[in-house]
Structures are given as C-alpha cells and as structure tokens.
Design a protein around this ligand. Sequence first.
Ligand SMILES: [Zn+2]
Length: 219
Amino acid sequence: MIFYLTNFLIGACLASHACLIYDRFDTGGVVFARSECRNCHYQLSILDEIPILSYILLHGRCRYCAEAIPYQLLQFEFLGGLSFMPIDFSTPNGMAYTIFIFFLLLISIFDYHEGEFPTFLLFPLLLIVPYADLTAISLINLLPIAALLGYFILKNQLGTGDLIVYLFFCLYLGATRANIALLLACLFAIGNYFLSQKQEAQIYFLPYIMLGFAIVNIF
Ligand SMILES: [Zn+2]
C-alpha cells in the first residue's frame, strides 16, 4: 500500500516535470529550470509545486497573481501517478520502464496540446525492447487491431503515433493486455465526448491510450 502511494507521488512529480518540459520546449533550459507562473512569471516555491496537492490547496489558481492554473496539469499529474504505481524503481528493468513511461507521458502531453509530437521522443521507447516478453505477443490478437488502427490512419482519423504507441504497449504488456488498454481508452474517449460541455470535432487519442495503459498496468 505504502509502495503504491509513494510511487503515485513520484509518478505525479515526474508528470509535473514532463508538463514543464512541454511548456519550455521552445525556449530550452528544461532540465534544471524551476517552475514559474505562466502569467506573472513569479518563480514558484516548493510549496506551490507539490503535485496534485498544491493545485487543490491553491484552488487551481496562482498564489501570486490568482491566474487559473491549467487543469490539464492536474489531469496529467494524476495520469503520471497512476502510470508509475506498479514500477519497482530499484531494478534495471524498472529504470527502463521508468524512462519508457516518462516519454510516453511526454508524447501524450504533446499530442493533447498540439495533435502531434516530435518524432525523436519515440527513440527512448526502444529501451523497452530488451525487456519485452515476445511470447506474450500473439499475432492473432495484435494484427486485427493494428490493421484497424492502420485503416483509421489511412482515413486520416488517427495519427501514425497512435499505432506506434499501441505497438510499444504490445511489447510492454503483451498483445492481449494492450488490447484491453485500447478498449478502455475507447470507452474513456467516448465517455468524455458525451460528458464534456464543448464537444471538439477531433479527439486526441494518446492521453486516453495512456490512461488505459496505466489502469491495465496496475492490475
Ligand atoms: Zn502568477
């Protein structure tokens, strides 16, 4: 229980940093930079940077200028927390999984905001390959779904990134569990479509796939 809770907090911190990297992507200086308010550029203190908790305590507003903090930050911190919950950070494969999940989060954040992501972010995902259980990748489970995603890509209803990320999930989870993650992602996307006030014409799918992955990965 403590293990899950600690991992959730570490994951939320990592996701918070991934959001910071996205914000500073064009200006650089992302690795050691302290966070600042997007509006007033006041440098945030440690107390303002506790993932999830700070957002709740500050009622989603900057302590200094009261500008609303994007609620997507909270969503991605929560997603990061869930994604890292079952990871054992102390083992070599745990480190590979950590880098794998971190870059997937970053890709999801880019996809959510821009509808695309820089291709080079895919390369760190290859770290997962030596740890993949190839016996768990049943082609009978993988090929129909991959073909279906390919069909939607040809019709321009999905990005190539969705297919590539699905294939990486097959390496990590095996094809059956990756399919369950994808099914959950579809349900979340449909649920969100009907629940949200403003229904956007195009739904960026990667954050949903990431959420499906996080849940399947826990169980
Ligand atoms: Zn501010």
